[in-house]
Ligand binder design. Structure first.
Ligand code: TEU
Length: 552
């Protein structure tokens, strides 16, 4: 693998190289003091993000919603939920971000609405076969009296994918499809009325000035004709099998993005679509970012790669190949609101499928110190890669997963739909700490917090880390500054061979290495370090450590 040069696909649009920081609005900053974060809270904390050195923010959903899946169940796509503020608060936040040179991407949830959406409520009242029902996926059940679901599909959150309704006359009726919770009915995207509605939603936010959209479940909107039965292989996980899954990655989804691409192109300023498409291979993932479709898509194969040098080298190499082949930048991501925080995940000792989470009774809990070392090393590699990187709020503090949340606080539908068999994703969604000595660690002024914050998080508080030169926060700031100065988000990289346990490459004269082996990795004479994921003396890189350096 020596001297193999790989490049990011060329182009000057901002999204090709941007570092995009994911804000989970419920848990970022709470100006109202009700224990749930909000838009004015975000506005009030933008200076910290500017100091961190990111280029853009992505906001998880803040639209009107009964919050059955933390806002991924929308009732009004054109308004702000009162929990988070008002449209005026959104405009103020957007203006304040733009004034600081920070772009803003909003989350769009087009696969399904809330069951409280006016369209779904109208569908419930309307008759089978009506235009109201045709906006969603209603079918008659199987069995003598329609008492069995139309097929055997299983919800991502556990249980079946169908819910039976009671018809207006009080009799048991049709069934509707929901890939996720029963409160999240799937739209029928073969229906032109649905398509037209969402073009309008795109325009609504584009007109307000957003820089783009993160598109939820961008692989699920079209289901295979006839809705055939499907049983995933036992080891498929939430990425699905590599076989043809009738509700993931159907060809028809691409027409939708070609259509949206044209809508965005009517606007100035390189507005962008980023797809959330969980697909098992990079070859499939790259289909979302062909030139006339989305601009970016999350690199979940990279995110889910375990702490193994050979696998990390190979997923990076293949990412640049596959995305490069379609002229798209690769994205890189290590954490988000659906997965165990990487400061914990990278040190898990037992299998923990995506979405299961870790809770008080989980086996294989991670060693926190090892996890943090690996997380810092992983980020030190990621931020040197050409392409666009996503950060998830709190990872810049080195936050671990909250693993001891008492059952009564849990809110993830996964927990309820599996009767507590899977903890779900609450552990990565706990409000983040700002000030060690303030109520709720500065999340708000009242001390309320919709999920309890572990006491030990005082040491991860932003003010503590700001004052500590060796903190994770200062590492992120340093890497982001150097990345910007050296334009590492674009251009090429040359692989270097520093042994089986190393991930090593060069960006111009800047060398990057991570040591995943159990012995120190000696770099030899003439090395000047520019950044170290954790401080070490001499020229031997310790285990679970990464560095950027120059050579004489
Ligand atoms: O996630 C879609 C998805 O396929 C997975 O991330 C899924 O949520 C996970 O495997 C469950 O364990 C998106 C959002 O990111 C997620 O938060 C929402 O719950 C989901 O869509 C439904 O809108």
């Amino acid at each position: 693998m020596t001297e193999l040069e790989q490049s990011a696909a060329p182009g000057s649009e901002w999204w090709r190289s941007a570092v995009i920081y994911q804000i989970y609005p419920r848990s970022f900053a709470d100006a109202s003091g009700d224990g749930i974060g909000d838009l004015p809270g975000i506005t009030g904390r933008l200076d910290s993000l500017q100091e961190l050195g990111i280029d853009a923010i992505w906001l998880s959903p803040f639209m009107t919603s009964p919050q059955k899946d933390a806002g991924y169940d929308v009732t009004d796509y054109r308004d702000v939920d009162p929990l988070f503020g008002t449209l005026a608060d959104f405009d103020a936040m957007l203006a304040a971000a733009h004034a600081r040179g920070i772009r803003v991407i909003v989350d769009l949830v087009p696969n399904h609405s809330s069951d409280q959406h006016v369209w779904f409520q109208a569908a419930l009242k309307a008759a089978p076969g009506s235009p109201e029902r045709a906006r969603y996926v209603f079918r008659d059940g199987k069995g003598e009296n329609g008492e069995l679901p139309p097929n055997n599909w299983e919800s991502v959150f556990g249980g079946g994918m169908w819910e039976r309704v009671t018809e207006a006359d009080g009799t048991p009726g049709q069934w509707y499809l929901h890939i996720f919770d029963a409160t999240q009915p799937d739209f029928d995207w073969t229906n032109e009325e649905v398509r037209e509605e969402f073009r309008g939603v795109l325009r609504f936010w584009l007109d307000r000035g957003v820089d783009g959209f993160r598109v939820d479940v961008a692989h699920g909107m079209i289901k295979a004709d006839g809705l055939p039965d499907y049983t995933p292989p036992a080891d498929a996980g939430s990425m699905g099998g590599v076989d043809d899954v009738p509700y993931w990655g159907q060809d028809g989804v691409h027409d939708i993005y070609r259509d949206w691409h044209k809508v965005l192109a009517e606007y100035d300023g390189d507005r962008a679509l980023c797809g959330e498409a969980w697909l098992p291979t990079l070859e499939q993932t790259a289909l979302w970012v062909r030139p006339d479709e989305m601009h970016q898509t999350f690199n979940f194969p990279y995110m889910m790669t375990e702490w193994d040098a050979e696998r990390i080298r190979s997923v990076i190499r293949e990412s640049l190949e596959q995305f490069g082949d379609v002229g798209a930048p690769s994205t890189w991501v290590l954490s988000n609101h659906d997965v165990i925080r990487h400061a914990s995940r990278l040190a898990l000792t037992a299998d923990s499928p995506q979405g299961d989470g870790i809770g008080p009774l989980s086996a294989g809990k991670p060693d926190q110190a090892i996890g943090l070392d690996r997380a810092r090393a992983a980020t030190t590699v990621m931020l040197a890669l050409p392409g666009s990187s996503y950060l998830y709020q709190g990872e810049e503090l080195g936050l671990p997963e909250a693993m001891e949340i008492p059952d009564e606080f849990r809110q993830d539908p996964t927990w309820f739909r599996t009767n507590g068999e899977r903890y779900g994703r609450d552990g990565c969604r706990v409000p983040i700490p700002w000030e060690a000595d303030a109520p709720a660690f500065g999340f708000n002024e009242t001390g309320g917090s919709w999920l309890p914050q572990p006491d030990e998080w005082a040491r991860f508080a932003r003010d503590v880390e700001e004052a500590d030169a060796g903190s994770t926060l200062n590492l992120y700031k340093q890497l982001l500054r150097l990345r910007r100065e050296s334009a590492l988000g674009t251009g090429s990289m040359v692989w270097e061979d520093l042994g089986a346990d190393a991930v090593a490459f060069r960006r111009g004269d800047l060398h990057v290495v991570a040591n995943l082996g159990s012995a120190p990795l000696e770099l030899g004479e003439g090395v000047t370090f520019v950044a170290q994921s954790q401080a070490f003396e001499g020229t031997a890189v310790p285990t679970d450590t990464a560095a950027w350096y120059r050579k004489a």
